[in-house]
Design a protein around this ligand. Sequence first.
Ligand code: PLP
Length: 416
Amino acid sequence: MTGTDTTDLGIKTEPGNADYRRRWGGALMPSLGQPELALVSGKGAHVTDADGREYIDFLSGVAVNALGHAHPAIVDAVTTQISTVGHVSNLFISTRAVDLAERILGLTGRDGRVFFCNSGAEANEAAFKVARKTGRPHVVTAEGSFHGRTMGALALTGQPGKRDGFEPLPGGVTYVPFGDIDALDAAVTDQTAAVLLEPIQGEYGVRPLPPGYLKRAREITAERGALLMLDEVQTGTGRTGYWFSHQDPYFEGVLPDVMTLAKGLGGGLPLGACVAFGATAELLAPGQHASTFGGNPVCCAAGLAVLDTIEADALLERTRSLGARIAAAVERLGHPLIGHVRGAGLLLGIVLTMPAGTPVADAARDAGFLVNAVAPDVIRLAPPLVVTDEDVDALIEALPKILDAASAVPAQGGNP
Ligand SMILES: *Cc1c(COP(=O)(O)O)cnc(C)c1O
């Protein structure tokens, strides 16, 4: 059945979550798992499901809706662009792509070039192809890393469970233990094209690289003529309180040769970017890579609106101070289920003292808050950068009860 349902009394009712779950189960591939809620509308950090229940969104479509739902700047930019010219292909110049590429490079303060695509996986595919074009066969990534689900991005992903069943994958990838600088030093040779790292591993429990690691990684790669590539798909676009998280003083001024972006960049529209600096930007020659939708004017217009709004509304400063306030407030609750809070800006992981991530996320949902269990013992908070103080206070206030409710449930896993 589709559309509007009819009750016994002949009264027409809108389909609810249960109707959509049932239809989802019949029509969509269960490649990740069956979602619970159908989200049908939103404004700022608030979303409403198909049963008419409202939630405060502390997940933002997994760090995508940087400006929340239905932000007027994005609505205006997209509406104007789609009614002007919506798609031109890469056989013609997308003027919005030019604008956005210049804007991104301006925010890095460096010379480079941008390749636009439609997702994080594709941005990392482009980076992988750049690596191959060095002529060296070997790439190093970290255990626990997540770089996407396409075959190339999956080959780069340091989680064997996600690669299982999809071999053979593109080869020549070594996974080094997370945060172990000696292991990295041993793995990088004169045959290594690139080292690809996430400054904070978003999908593996919001794990920041340990202090000093990235600086040594930069030295080791430079020494052996390998590229340093940063996957900023989740950490970029203001998420951690800097335009790109490697600009956080914590990372001691390290400059990558390549940086990949997606998630927040399009503010909800599919937009990814592979940004290469200096000579690295010349490695992909004409004819060697392309994407039909890459640089699409509508998505790039949304990207420009995201960056303009972050700047105009001083959201980087706001993200830094609000993130610090949330982390301190959550730790101050002193709840027995809370170990500590890690991450940066508005990409935070509440590390639990037990693997109770799923029950906590479920209890939060029941209390009207969207979060997710990004690891069996970690709750990820990634609210829109425009989340209000009132919404944050509401979560902090509700947390003790949410954690109490979850403590009563037997422990189980998360991170499907
Ligand atoms: C989400 C994510 C990806 C994959 O992005 P998709 O748009 O889902 O392909 C890659 N890298 C990181 C760090 C991510 O968080």
